[in-house]
Write a protein that binds this ligand. Structure first.
Ligand SMILES: Nc1ncnc2c1ncn2[C@@H]1O[C@H](COP(=O)(O)OP(=O)(O)OP(=O)(O)O)[C@@H](O)[C@H]1O
Length: 246
């Protein structure tokens, strides 16, 4: 079924407006994820039921291998569950066409990874503009405007001509966050965004994410190993062996 992706020029969301809607922005029902290789079957997630409210900041914790990254990739529509249903804004993602799903993924969701995933040969500005190159209806001028606005939000507008190797880890993560913000996503999924950073830089990135949630109403789901950071978010979900335990 064809579908219309959310508007790429959506206005910033106010927290109170966003939080008022009762329909969860992400809903997982009875999710199972099994990875099957020739020799082994791994149950990465089992019986996961979870709803993420609009404008929430949720952290996910648990030991290595308990399924946190798998959970994020399912929420980000990068992978499909082996069983169960994922709904975005109350609509099952299985009801979207491939094109509709790609639109949803590209317009609604931004990703931030532990290792930044920046392209070393591109300047800061070009890195941030890159995802917008593939976005319909965003011309050169608009692309640049959005990238500069996103870099301004993360406090890096003086570094647009630098290359990733010329930046600190915290600054690189800021660029990665700006790249996610340039697409104006309603949801940011962050997989250990401070995992490669020292505590001071980690705090800075955490403050930035908290600010996005507070000021723009961005919904955030963050995987972290840092209990202190997790306690700053609105809700902490713990996983163990592919199951939600608290
Ligand atoms: N592509 C894959 N093929 C096979 N098994 C996989 C694959 N991806 C993940 N797994 C397995 O699924 C389980 C959950 O992995 P996942 O990466 O989600 O855990 P995690 O909690 O994010 O771990 P970490 O904290 O170490 O990043 C692990 O047992 C892992 O080995």
């Amino acid at each position: 079924m064809a579908t219309t992706p959310p508007s790429p020029t959506a206005q910033p969301r106010s927290f109170s407006q966003a939080a008022s809607s009762a329909v969860p922005v992400i809903q997982l029902r009875n999710i199972e994820k099994i990875y099957q290789t020739k020799t082994i079957e791994t149950v990465a997630l089992s019986q996961v039921n979870l709803s993420i409210g609009r404008g929430e900041f949720v952290s996910v914790m648990g030991p290595s291998g308990c399924g946190k990254s798998t959970l994020l990739s399912l929420m980000g529509l990068l992978d499909e569950p082996s069983g169960g249903t994922i709904e975005i804004d109350g609509r099952p993602v299985a009801s979207y066409s491939d094109k509709g799903l790609a639109g949803l993924r590209n317009h609604k969701i931004g990703f931030v990874f532990q290792s930044y995933h920046l392209i070393n040969d591109l300047s800061v500005l070009d890195n941030v503009e890159l995802p917008l190159l593939y976005r319909k209806g965003v011309g050169n001028t608009e692309r640049r405007r959005r990238a500069l606005a996103a870099l301004d939000k993360v406090g890096l507008n003086a570094r647009t001509g630098h290359f990733p190797a010329q930046l600190s880890g915290g600054q690189r993560q800021r660029v990665a966050i700006a790249r996610a913000l340039a697409g104006d996503p309603e949801i940011i999924l962050a997989d250990e965004p401070t995992g490669n950073l020292d505590s001071v830089m980690g705090e800075e990135i955490m403050d930035l994410l908290l600010g996005l949630n507070r000021d723009q109403g961005t919904t955030l789901v963050m995987v972290t190993h840092d209990e202190q950071q997790a306690l700053k978010t609105q809700r902490l979900i713990r996983f163990f062996d592919g199951r939600q335990v608290a």
